[in-house]
Design a protein around this ligand. Structure first.
Ligand code: G3P
Ligand code: CA
Length: 269
């Protein structure tokens, strides 16, 4: 939506469940996307890393320590980097008990397992390539997996998939390899730089607290690689007041750990 002046009605932003509905279930697990689905949210966000033997897995940190029991299962392998563990080792870890006993036994999903569940749930995915500097070739590998899982057909490309990264280089690689894939840059380029980003991104996704209505309008003035105005999805928006501020700024999407709270605040669909 165009930025609104005080008193004008605004189109409400669409809501994306960050790392799944991660305030209510362990982040980046199948449980967290199932929870998002039960709450009625189609769009989920995730983070992709890669194991020592080249399997793409869904995890936010480059270390397994915070969200799994790796320190117990593999003591002495500090700092427990994902890239130093095989997929079989990662599959042994519990990625739920840190969050709460109800989730004991939850696993770190491979990206392939995750995509199948997103598809099963009829959901849509904002996929983040995390730490691409650690994983040479991760962009091509991710696209190959998406293609194998049927996610690069017209229907998925049009409405069900966006690939994002904090690395502009990584996003550009994705765009160059598969120009039909919608992409987003995580961050807030200067207005002067937006024209360059518009060559290869469809969305600019900044931190909510870095945004102004003027910046959102400036982004909307550019046309992306698919012939539509660039959009803005802000993160992380977890409370009613912040959600209303984001909507007033005219953002198109908000990325939230508490999507139900945001929906209630905005009356968003
Ligand atoms: O999608 C936005 C957000 O996920 C970026 O930050 O650290 O949660 O991956 P982070
Ligand atoms: Ca993320």
């Amino acid at each position: 939506p165009a930025s609104a002046r005080a008193g004008e009605s605004v189109e409400q932003p669409w809501v994306i469940a960050h790392r799944g509905a991660s305030a209510y279930a362990p982040e980046n697990t199948l449980a967290s996307i199932d929870k998002a689905a039960r709450l009625g949210f189609s769009w989920v966000e995730n983070d992709v890393q890669r194991t020592k033997d080249g399997t793409l897995v869904v995890l936010h940190d480059d270390s397994l320590a915070r969200t799994t029991n790796v320190e117990t299962v593999f003591p002495g392998r500090s700092p427990w980097k994902v890239k130093d563990f095989t997929a079989a080792e990662v599959a042994r870890l519990d990625a739920g008990s840190w969050y709460g006993p109800a989730f004991t036994g939850t696993r770190v999903p491979t990206l392939d397992q995750y995509m199948r569940r997103v598809e099963h749930n009829h959901q849509k995915l904002l996929l983040e390539i995390k730490n691409p500097e650690l994983y040479p070739g991760i962009e091509r590998q991710t696209l190959k997996l998406l293609a194998n899982d049927g996610w690069l057909d017209r229907q998925h490309l049009d409405d069900r998939l966006i690939v994002q990264s904090f690395s502009a280089d990584s996003v550009r690689i994705v765009h160059d390899l598969k120009p039909g894939v919608r992409t987003a840059f995580l961050g807030k380029p200067s207005v002067a730089a937006l024209g360059r980003y518009a060559d290869f991104v469809d969305l600019i996704n900044p931190r909510q607290n870095s945004l102004t209505a003027g910046y959102v309008s400036a982004v909307h003035a550019f046309t992306g690689p698919h012939g539509r105005p660039l959009e803005v999805a802000a993160w992380t928006v977890d409370d009613a007041a912040t959600a209303r501020t984001a909507a007033r700024h005219g953002v198109d999407g908000v990325i939230s750990n508490r999507p139900d709270v945001v929906r209630a605040a905005l009356g968003a669909p």
